[in-house]
Design a protein around this ligand. Structure first.
Ligand SMILES: C=CC1=C(C)c2cc3[nH]c(cc4nc(cc5[nH]c(cc1n2)c(C)c5CCC(=O)O)C(CCC(=O)O)=C4C)c(C)c3C=C
Ligand code: FE2
Ligand code: FE2
Length: 344
């Protein structure tokens, strides 16, 4: 006889992505950027400088420009990062069944992590598995979600058991779905070269997270091992190597590069926008681009890689630039997430 609903043991799942503005209007974009760019894990300078610099100068200057880009991205369903996250939540819940309660939240803006955690608390779940939707661990993304979750639950009178899935850079289901999407594009067109373009971070972030000084931004990241398990750069190389192996590529057939830098500090290199300008002169005219730092389409994939890099490549003599779509709520990805959670 099944146990009555009230005595059933259920596991809570919290899926978290970065966040997006409530609308593409400048005021909403400003509010989003103010929250995002005053996070000390994203902009790691003293708070006494960070708040006046970013809230007073950087964000007011950037918000109107960003709002125009968000207007290009916006759809009838709103921001892709949000609706793909909600679709993923629904489908993972269907796959996992009533033994699990799946919630979705954003680190910045809405729906917030606090509200999502409250849904799990209301459902009286036995324990919580947090899955930040960032394949490669970075202190600025996954680390920030972890800090936020711990800050919220530390204030609860009863603190539940919590586990974090901190990286899934080499998860077979994650890699397999990217490979499947890549093969679909490769069957449609002949490509000369493949680009894996990751969201950049300041080089300083790598050195700060370096285990016993192991990572020095050199050949340290050429293998993925116990010393660099959480090094963002080493993880980006590992994801690329595994996807490349799945696609049958040799190292000469692909480039790993980094995009979206902000400010004057050195960020991870090579920079995608610089690298792609040289491709046509080397005879590379047809490029297939992957964005494996993102599991859902967003401003960084659709606009930056899909439109801006395409335009730049064509201006420099390139002929065909194609972005592989993100995993979004692809059935194979839903299956991969479900398996990751069940294994945890
Ligand atoms: C300035 C510092 C930034 C760091 C460090 C950073 C790390 C980082 N970001 C993501 C994921 C996303 N970032 C997105 C947008 C975005 N990122 C920054 C800045 C930093 N990111 C800005 C200013 C913006 C806003 C866009 C703009 O104004 O140009 C997004 C897209 C959100 C959307 O609504 O579509 C994602 C996703 C990761 C994974 C990461 C560390 C590895
Ligand atoms: Fe970002
Ligand atoms: Fe490293």
């Amino acid at each position: 006889m099944p146990a009555p609903a009230s005595s059933r043991r259920r596991i809570g799942v919290l899926l978290v992505n970065l966040g997006t503005p409530d609308s593409p209007q400048t005021s909403d974009v400003r509010r989003y950027l103010n929250e995002f760019l005053t996070d000390g894990r994203v902009i790691d300078i003293p708070a006494a400088v960070r708040y006046p610099l970013f809230q007073g100068i950087v964000v007011p200057l950037r918000a109107p420009k960003s709002a125009k880009i968000y207007q290009q991205l916006w759809t009838e369903r709103g921001s892709p990062l949000l609706y793909h996250g909600l679709d993923l939540q629904t489908k993972v819940q269907e796959q996992l069944g009533p033994e699990y309660v799946v919630a979705f939240g954003m680190r910045y803006q809405n729906p917030g992590v606090e509200k999502a955690l409250q849904e799990l608390r209301d459902a009286a779940v036995e324990r919580i598995i947090v899955l930040p939707l960032f394949p490669q661990y970075a202190a600025a993304s996954t680390g920030s979600v972890q800090e936020k979750v711990m800050e919220i639950v530390s204030k609860w009178w009863v603190v539940p058991s919590i586990s974090f899935i901190s990286t899934f850079t080499d998860d077979p289901g994650f890699i397999g779905t990217i490979v499947a999407l890549g093969k679909e594009e490769m069957a449609r067109h002949q490509y000369d070269h493949i680009v894996f373009s990751y969201h950049g971070i300041p080089e300083r972030h790598i050195l700060k997270g370096s285990h016993n000084g192991y990572c020095k931004l050199g050949s340290c990241c050429d293998t993925y091992n116990e010393n660099n398990r959480y090094c963002y750069r080493a993880q980006c190389f590992e994801t690329s190597r595994l996807v490349a192996a799945g696609l049958g590529l040799t190292p000469e057939q692909y480039t790993v590069s980094f995009q979206s830098r902000l400010g004057r500090d050195p960020w991870l290199k090579p920079y995608t926008d610089i690298a792609l300008k040289d491709f046509p002169a080397k005879g590379i005219k047809n490029v297939l681009a992957f964005s494996p730092a993102f599991v859902a389409d967003c401003l960084e994939t659709t606009i930056e890689v899909g439109a801006e890099f395409k335009e730049l490549f064509e201006e420099h003599g390139g002929e065909h630039w194609q972005l592989v779509p993100s995993l979004n709520s692809h059935p194979q990805w839903v299956q991969a997430v479900t398996e990751m959670l069940k294994r945890n």
